[in-house]
Design a protein around this ligand. Sequence first.
Ligand code: ZN
Length: 158
Amino acid sequence: MKVLNLRCANGHGFEGWFASEDDFLDQNGRAAVECPLCADRVVTRLPSAPRLNLSGARAPQPVPSASGPAPAAAPPAAQPPVAADLQAAWLAAARRLVETTEDVGTRFPEEARRIHYGEAEPRGIRGRATPEEREALREEGIAVVAMPLPEGLEGPLQ
Ligand SMILES: [Zn+2]
């Protein structure tokens, strides 16, 4: 299982899960990889540098205003100045994703299949799936993108 950092032509960064790098190249060559935010299919793989910033965001970090403990994984004083911008952009993207998709929770794999096989209204959905479930969906040809959402983001929006 490979988690690749990808970016669409509109500049949205997101993660894609693939069996291997060749698998990504194959799927992307068939335009089978699309941006979860704007459905753009001109997807490029990011070099490793931004991955560091994204991986920081993957940890269940509280929103800055929370009075929780400081993020333990923050590197000491070595953060490039763009990190805060990336974090903000990522938060905005996550927020937009939440606003434009329907939360189906743990029914995600089931709902993704129903949509894929035309048994349910085509729409953007989000929910929870294990890596194994994502892999199974992917093997059925269903495009699934894993994206971490910050804790508590959904609360105020509902
Ligand atoms: Zn996009």
